[in-house]
Ligand binder design. Structure first.
Ligand SMILES: Cc1ncc(C[n+]2csc(CCOP(=O)(O)OP(=O)(O)O)c2C)c(N)n1
Length: 367
């Protein structure tokens, strides 16, 4: 293992002065370390944006690197192939290897991408190297040496990072000091709409929802970060008779923010979009999102939602849920949530297979 500080320092010694990314727990250490100094790390909403902002920095004359989870390769492949490779911009990308080498040891959403990651990069002629958990600074220096040769040829190499290869550091973030516990917010929202179909975003939100309010009408998204609201829209449009509640995260909403405009345009009367806004990617270790400088209610209204409200107490959430079921939507309810404390409940997929989740959800929609 290499420490988070050594990882960042070795890159800085080589002149890499610009970093961006989307958190994966594998990179919690470096992101936390860089975030202690303003300007060293630009938190991106999705992996394509991370690569593109780094590409802009490279055009601007800086050496830049990107950190991301391999589940985000799908978000990045377009700017990788059509921007970075087409314009031959020398960038260094670190991607975690979730679901690799043995997908059975990881969560189900990594089963396809884990084993496919090296071949996917091969298929677009992208050179890649691997940093293993057993590797230390010397091996990392060797990997960088190899990557430097590609960079010198105006290529954009990847370093695939095994779990445990980079050490941890404490995240610098600015959580809310007032608000609701996420599990409490979920309990209040689901109790206020007991007949609703509920779509829970990936990460801790799904785990909390399974723990406090499991029901056949709940769909626990694993992966597909940022797409809970789009999935919810599809359900809402096909079942206008059913209230559809989306339990979103601030990081997830930011990842595919265009969904707000799609929902506002489609204007489903039965859709309630609840954002559990804790200002961080809590599920991957608490790295800051950019929600502190973004008004989700303001954006939702501008995108055509019928109403949008900010809540920070049980009563305001309960009232907002009642109101949202009285007046045609779509509605957005932004709930300030506090950092989670204590043990995080197990994943829904520990008890239910993904096919169970699909089948019971579909069955519940038919009733
Ligand atoms: C495309 C993609 N990129 C990154 C991840 C890793 N990831 C899983 S959960 C999560 C954080 C989600 O943050 P947020 O929506 O704010 O919810 P919170 O964890 O704070 O409850 C991240 C980055 C992922 N699953 N998919």
């Amino acid at each position: 293992m290499i420490s988070a500080q050594d990882f960042c320092d070795l890159l800085a010694d080589r002149g890499f002065s610009f970093a961006s990314g989307v958190p994966c727990s594998h990179f919690g250490g470096p992101i936390a370390h860089l975030s202690t100094q303003p300007g060293r790390y630009v938190p991106a909403p999705n992996e394509g944006s991370a690569l593109s902002v780094a590409a802009g920095a490279a055009l601007g004359g800086r050496r830049a690197y990107v950190m991301l989870q391999n589940s985000g390769l799908g978000n990045l492949i377009n700017p990788l192939t059509s921007l970075v490779m087409t314009y031959q911009l020398p960038l260094l990308t670190f991607t975690s290897l979730r679901g690799w080498p043995d997908p059975a040891t990881d969560e189900p959403q990594h089963a396809v991408m884990g084993p496919a990651t090296p071949g996917l990069l091969d298929s677009v002629h992208t050179p890649h190297y691997t940093l293993y958990a057993k590797d230390g600074p010397d091996e990392f220096a060797l990997v960088l040496e190899q990557a430097e040769k590609d960079l010198a040829e105006q290529r954009a190499p990847f370093v695939l990072v095994e779990r445990g290869a980079i050490g941890k550091a404490t995240a610098a973030n600015d959580p809310y000091s007032e608000g609701l516990a996420a599990a409490e917010a979920i309990r209040v929202v689901t109790a206020a709409a007991p007949q609703a179909a509920v779509i829970a975003t990936t990460g801790y939100t799904g785990r909390d929802t399974f723990a406090v309010a499991d029901a056949p009408g709940n769909f626990y998204m694993q992966g597909s970060m940022g797409h809970a609201s789009s999935l919810g829209l599809g359900v809402a449009l096909t079942h206008p008779e059913r209230t559809v509640v989306i339990l979103d995260g601030d990081g997830a909403l930011l990842m595919h923010l265009g969904a707000l405009s799609m929902i506002g345009h489609a204007a489903p009367a039965n859709l309630i979009h609840v954002v559990l806004d804790n200002r961080v990617h809590e599920s991957t270790g608490g790295q800051a999102t950019t929600s502190a400088t973004t008004s989700f209610p303001g954006m939702a209204l501008a995108a055509g939602y019928a109403s949008a409200i900010a809540c920070d107490s049980e009563d305001t959430v309960r009232n907002a849920m009642t109101q949202a079921q009285t007046v045609p939507g779509p509605h957005l309810i932004n709930v300030k949530t506090l950092p989670r404390t204590g043990a995080i409940p197990p994943r829904a997929t520990n008890a239910l297979s993904t096919l169970d989740i699909r089948d019971r959800f579909q069955h519940s929609l038919q009733q």
